[in-house]
Design a protein around this ligand. Structure first.
Ligand SMILES: Nc1ncnc2c1ncn2[C@@H]1O[C@H](COP(=O)(O)OP(=O)(O)OP(=O)(O)O)[C@@H](O)[C@H]1O
Ligand SMILES: [Mg+2]
Length: 254
């Protein structure tokens, strides 16, 4: 089962990715987290892992990938990036960090001034997700950058399910309408996670998105907030996130 988390900036995508990974791992599943945010550097700490080398470097760097893209696109082809299929256990060393049954990969980060746009990362993420074969108890969770550019790049193509994280803001509710249309275009199932939703804001959010598509409502947790502020690994398991893990496990063969 391959799931992607998307949503507005700061809505809680990375936090929930890390927490869902932990919940799935607690339930005995193998989880590969794909960090597909070229800007932020915090996710690995929330999972308690080192940041692996950019997968982009496995291919010889961004320039090399851009050359492949320039060769393939005018012919209407997709660039050949992977020679053969991978499994979670066979991802090349150095490009994955592991602890217990959680693994982490990073598609590529922006490191240098003027190095160029992040489009190659999108092309690579799209193919990476499709290139990994999963076993019965394996899951992939993709954490994305804020907004909807990854839809434009087609990163969702290889995913089975999409989760939009909706935080208490007008922007998030409006964005949920756009993402619903984009998910439809992509032929993907979209579900919502209402995050930091309590009291009146919970009510407003519940009216803003289709109720039957909301799989969990996560309140403000002091422990999450503190770990997020200090860059610590999440220690506590969160019951509302356990529901999301159960949802994924329940839907893996559907
Ligand atoms: N349920 C929660 N309770 C308390 N704090 C939370 C909760 N969810 C997220 N946060 C905090 O909100 C902030 C934003 O969360 P996070 O970085 O996960 O968002 P994001 O959507 O990944 O942001 P970006 O778009 O920058 O990648 C963090 O400081 C995080 O600790
Ligand atoms: Mg993030």
């Amino acid at each position: 089962m391959k799931a992607l988390l998307c949503g507005k900036g700061g809505s809680g995508k990375s936090t929930l990715t890390a927490l869902i990974a932990r919940s799935l791992s607690d339930r005995g599943c193998n989880v590969l987290v794909i960090d597909n945010d070229e800007s932020n550097f915090g996710l690995h700490r929330q999972i308690g892992l080192d940041l692996p080398d950019d997968l982009l470097n496995f291919l010889g760097g961004k320039k090399k990938l851009v050359e492949k893209m320039m060769e393939a696109f005018p012919k209407g082809e997709r660039p050949t990036i992977f020679e053969h299929k991978w499994e979670i256990q066979t991802i090349p060393e150095g490009y994955v960090s592991k602890k217990g049954n959680i693994s982490l990969m990073a598609v590529g980060k922006i490191h240098e001034f003027g190095e160029g746009c992040a489009c190659p990362m999108g092309v690579l993420a799209k193919q990476l997700i499709q290139n990994i074969d999963l076993g019965e108890d394996d899951f992939i969770l993709v954490d994305t950058e804020a907004g909807i550019e990854h839809f434009g790049r087609g990163v969702e193509e290889g995913c089975d399910v999409l989760f939009m994280v909706v935080d208490p803001s007008y922007e998030s509710i409006r964005l949920s309408e756009k993402i619903s249309k984009l998910a439809d275009n992509a032929g993907k199932q979209l579900y919502y996670i209402l995050n930091r939703a309590e009291g009146a804001s919970r009510e407003i959010l519940s009216c803003g998105v289709p109720e039957e598509r909301v799989i969990s409502t996560v309140p403000i947790h002091e422990s999450i907030f503190k770990a997020g502020l200090l860059g610590y690994e999440f220690q506590a398991s969160v019951p509302e996130v356990g529901m999301i893990a159960d949802f994924l496990i329940g839907h893996k063969s559907k």
